[in-house]
Design a binder for this molecule. Sequence first.
Ligand code: IVH
Length: 667
Amino acid sequence: MTATQAQQRAAELRQMIETHNRHYYVLNKPVITDFQYDMLLQELAAIEKKFPLLTTGNSPTQRVGSDITKEFVQVAHKYPMLSLSNTYSMEELHEFDNRVRKGLDGEPEYVCELKFDGTAIGLTYLDGRLHQAITRGDGQRGDDVTANVRTISTIPQQLQGNDFPHEFEIRGEIYMPFQAFERLNREREVDGEQPFANPRNAAAGSLKLLDSGEVARRGLNCFLYYLLGDRLPADNHYESLQAAKRWGFAVSEHTCKCNSITAVFDFIRHWEQAREALPYATDGVVIKVNSFAHQRRLGFTAKSPRWATSFKFKAEQALTELLSIDFQVGRTGAITPVANLAPVLLAGTTVKRASLHNADQIASLDIRLHDWVTVEKGGEIIPKVVGVDRSWRAIGSEPFRYITHCPECGAALVRDDGEAKHYCPNDSHCPPQILGKIEHFAGRKAMNITAGEATFELLFRNGLVRNAADLYTLKKEDLAHLDKWGEKSAENLVKSIAASIDTPFEKVLFALGIRYVGETTAKKIATAMRSIDALAQAEREQLLAIDEVGERIADSIIAYFSDESNRALIARLRAAGVQFEAGAQMRLSDTLAGMSFVITGTLSRPREEFKALIEQHGGSTGNTLSAKTTHLLAGDKGGSKLEKAQKRGVKIINEEEFMKLVKRYEL
Ligand code: IVH
């Protein structure tokens, strides 16, 4: 490789790595595997080693990726929050051990820990009380997510005992146990929201939510693994962790002192298998030098400590034949390709089906029928196809032609700009879409109509319901002739349908299944617009002014109401008694009459509750500062609105002052 070639390739690699950093740390939606990412980074490091002049302080080999987002206040880390070097091979681990011995001129004691696959957090405690929780950010500054972290029950707000330092920091990994992850993804699917690819993304995404109430529901958890401060309770890592455990922190019980590198290898070999039984995701083992004095002697590089490294487990992969590709049609018409595979054993289970994501993925990997493909089971529940072994390709095989028509109803598929997926536009006649919509409408978080499994499919296949409004005309007698359908269950279903007309408007709005309008968005829209008629007539600008409604959602709402069949459905539902208006807001006082509020930052409860309170007391609310705005209610962290309000002379009040304002009247 010439210097010019090296320069070109390094620039190419840096750009790719930056793009993937953004996908991983900011969007929480990686598009390549960790292993592929590490390989890019290793290639860049090798080039920089060979051509040292190409190294810049700004190279991704010298920095950690950044998770900073504009919604949170950024805080400087007292101690930079570094990353860990990593290796995938036992030889490299031997080299690490040799470097450590050389640096120490003697025998180190190691501590082995599991490498939890979540998102890093730094917690500071003052006099035993949780003071601040900061994400890694770019390693120097991170996002202040204290309000969200306070909702994680295993993170102590107040420590036990009395031997903790007056001030210290403890770092750990916030993660989402598999069970919580599966529940969340099931809910997201029902809500028409994209499921998270793996528990790591789900944890990182949840930690950055603006609504702490929602964070609390997500079931996050945290392991702590690193103490920093001037007066730590011991002179080594292991005992400090044991002290932290006594103070109330969740320290993993699978932390082990190893007095030789052979013992380290044993630990790794054990957990490579045993981790499969853990209820949370791990992606390797972290090896740390135990003694703090030794750690100080070894020190740090720009990016990571020299006294620690991680051995990463490779995601388990298997090679098998791609037999065929199925196309599933979801309730919104989204098409998902699924690979049917020759059965293969992968991480203890036989895999026959795997995700293929979308048309682009198939094209970019050039996956063809009867190819031998690599399937991988990472942190994800469903295995995915991640590559093709071209050397096994049959002569005469042809590139896979993605379907152009819906496999269920034959309609020509469409693909909107910027969308990864194809859609079947025939939403009123395509069977899986019709059935999916009815099931969504009846769902627990929507109209909460209780029915046995596959009930709606039975009703649909027997021609008894073709849309949600048909449910309200069902009679007990209609159900009587259905196979194995007793009178009691028929009666229960009819009763449950009748009771559903009292479902509040926000849930009805969600139940309609407008594309991209999930549960939370529906709530915000219902609070802002108050009725379906107002929503149906709203201008695009009006929709965009609603919290969390962007162009994609606004356009989807407009498209929904411009469809005659949707309007007809609403008319029939309304005639059946379904609620299409928000319940009247009880007027409590006129204390806030003439005042117009804008809310910014994180408050102790969801913003919608404060908005409701303002309206109940006669005030009004807006999403952006305008000439009308009289008050800015500022939560934990302000952002740009604070500055703007100061400039315009808008009165800024915090939550406590706001509550006083409201309560003064109530007293
Ligand atoms: S120690 C300076 N211990 O892995 C050393 N990190 O890839 C600080 N991680 O940034 C890290 N489990 O987010 C440490 N037992 C463990 C860990 C762990 C997971 C994460 C952590 C770190 C990343 C590096």
